[in-house]
Design a protein around this ligand. Structure first.
Ligand code: HEC
Length: 155
């Protein structure tokens, strides 16, 4: 956008979410085929994403893994089943940006991460930060082989 003389959309704006959804929807029906060993940058992002995912933080000492690990998947938290983020029924990375019914708006995967961080009392990492991008790479790898279907429809 900057190169073409436009003022870039803010990362957290509706316009940017809509643009992300449109761009990713161009790959609808294709399978996620991320290669996290493709180059130095990818390897680094994957490792950092895994670290962020597994590190316990915040007032309750929880990590993403505390609620999204094989041991607890299928459990129920405040009436909501804990989803396996890589499962073909959830396909997390293949279905975001998604329309969230509880928020009446379109949200990106990173925005969804922030929702979990807030609920679980983890300090909320900024959208677009190195950690958030890394987390997105890590979660996308979990959904490898799943068919992209944008926009998703979520609770
Ligand atoms: C305290 C438990 C808990 C923790 C900790 C937690 N989550 Fe969640 N997460 C949930 C629950 C419950 C849902 C499903 C909620 C729903 O359906 O509305 C969910 C949903 C999600 C989804 C959406 C899945 C879909 O439907 O596509 C993503 C992505 C996600 N979590 C990522 C994360 C990440 C990344 C972290 C760490 C920063 C994290 N979660 C930490 C409980 C947790």
């Amino acid at each position: 956008m900057a190169e073409n003389g436009h003022k870039p959309f803010k990362l957290k704006s509706k316009d940017m979410f809509a643009m992300s959804a449109y761009a990713k929807s161009l790959a609808n029906d294709e399978k996620i085929n991320i290669d996290v060993t493709a180059n130095k940058q990818m390897k680094k992002a994957y490792a950092l994403g895994k670290e962020v995912y597994e590190t316990k933080r915040g007032g309750r000492g929880l990590s993403c893994l505390s609620c999204h690990s094989k041991d607890v998947i299928g459990g129920i938290l405040r009436t909501q089943p804990l989803p396996d983020l890589g499962a073909p029924t959830v396909k997390a990375a293949a279905t975001w940006p998604a329309y969230r019914m509880t928020k009446s708006s379109l949200r990106t995967l990173q925005r969804r991460f922030q929702g979990c961080m807030k609920n679980a009392l983890l300090a909320v990492l900024p959208i677009g930060s190195e950690e958030m991008v890394a987390l997105e790479v890590y979660i996308t790898e979990k959904a490898k082989g799943n068919e992209i279907a944008i926009p998703g429809l979520k609770r």
